[in-house]
Design a protein around this ligand. Sequence first.
Ligand code: ATP
Length: 581
Amino acid sequence: MFKTAGRIINWTGEYKKRMYWGFLWSFLNSIFIAMPIMGAAVFLDLMIKDSRGEFVLKPIHALWALLFMVAAIGGRFLFSYLRSIFQESIAYEKTAEERVKIGDILKWVSLGFFDRNNTGDLTGAVTTDLSVFEMYAMNMTNTIVGAYIHMGAMILCMLFFCWQAALAALAGLILSTIFLTILSRNSEKNAVPHQKANDKMISAVLEFVRGVSVAKSYGREGAAAKNVGNAFKEHKDINLKIEKDYIWVNAAHLIACKLGSVGVLLVSSILAINGSMPLHIFLMMAIFSFVMYSQQELVQNGAHTMQLIKAAMDKLDEIEKAEFIDEDGKDIKLQHYDVEFKNVDFGYETRQVLHDVSFNIPEGSTTAIVGPSGGGKTTICRLLARFYDVDRGQISIGGTDIRKLSCNSLLSNISMVFQNVYLFHDTIRNNICFGKADATEEEMIEAAKKARCHDFIMSLPEGYDTVIGEGGGTLSGGEKQRISIARALLKNAPIVILDEATASVDPENEHLIQAAISELTKGKTLITIAHRLATIENADQILVVENGRIAERGTHAELIARDGIYRRFIEIRRKTEGWQI
Ligand code: ATP
């Protein structure tokens, strides 16, 4: 609990000074809480002395007492206000910075990071975990540290008048701390399962929402909802367990605080009865005993929440430790765009997918990659765009190892058009301009015209300002594809990676998409995962990829002359295209 509080204070970084000032204001606030009690005791003493004729109370004394009380109350509110001003906003400022920082990290990690961490975990980190932080970190640190400062200030004030009562108060504080430590340990055990249950719940809901159309089409909404139901149940179970583990220690902690109050009262009573404590001091100690543990009693909430915050911090730390893919990359302007793969080995996690792959692609030429499903075609393209780093060997463009380039400068040379087009939930204009943020209106329209999508965009009521549904859900497959080609055209990169659509589109769309692709690839170094016979036959070079190896390589005429895998592949394809016609 205290360790986590220390970690939170360190985490505040440049705001740490404000935290410490806040603690100082908290201490002064506690002193001002104690002042009216001490003032009342002194005034009571004067009244007793007055009744005994040992002192003469005058109206001016009452006025002084009143001023003292007003000053004590004013000071209390001033320091409480200062504490809030200094500390409360830190969490919001720091969490906003942390969200941006995590966003930056996610931009620069390899795609392998996303394979290892599921969307629910990452969404949970940026939303729930950081929200736990935002809402509770400062509050709870202040509850815990503030309560101990308050107790310290009260015990200090008591020590001034009666060391025995101060000792009794300290004993109560130690006993309460013992139970808080037990509570903290119990919460620590439950915090990670609680966080996992939370992430699982987010993943299950995301999965359900994404897969709802598939579930509906199979009439299996019930089955899809079952996972969500299980995740909710798991979440409920862990919350019940936390409550069970919490209740008894919580009660023990409250009893310890009450025992502390009773201890102060008991010691003061004994001293008052045997005449070693004057009546006004006894009354002061009695009031102290009622108020001094008020903040300590609240620490139990902090002890539990601190463990949730600790688990959230551990997870955020893990994300921050992620390796950046282009840590050593430099912004290099390439002069040539020929591509070379030299003895490349690569595997996702443990399974090796590419084995000793070597080939080169001359600048301005077209290379078609063909081969059976799962052979490694997409993986080759991903490695060229450095979505992942090779395990062995080297990939170079224009003679420069792509690991020497920063991701930005590498990707500025590459345009990619995939089968599964992703469009952002934004206007068509912004989706096209994603390829070149500073493009003029004319450039954007020209790209859309070349990509054969200008006419259909203009037929929409809002034209280029039409907002596309998430993932491009409000457009047809062919329309999405052409907008993504317009995006790539605007980028005008010298290397184009193209994954030809396998899904059959209607002849009209097919024709428009082919025209758009021809515009995009004119004069470029083109690497295409080819499915259409025309693309394959016209390519300058064909790479046949099978089981992660380059099984055959050459032109169509060269490969067809061999009685190999390519020839068989083409025969099957001819039949398939024939069937389609
Ligand atoms: P297809 O023609 O069906 O698209 P492909 O030739 O493009 O297939 P790849 O997508 O490169 O094949 O996949 C090669 C192998 O790597 C496959 O066995 C696949 O299961 C595996 N694989 C692909 N992506 C991942 C990933 N992110 N994590 C783990 N394994 C993966």
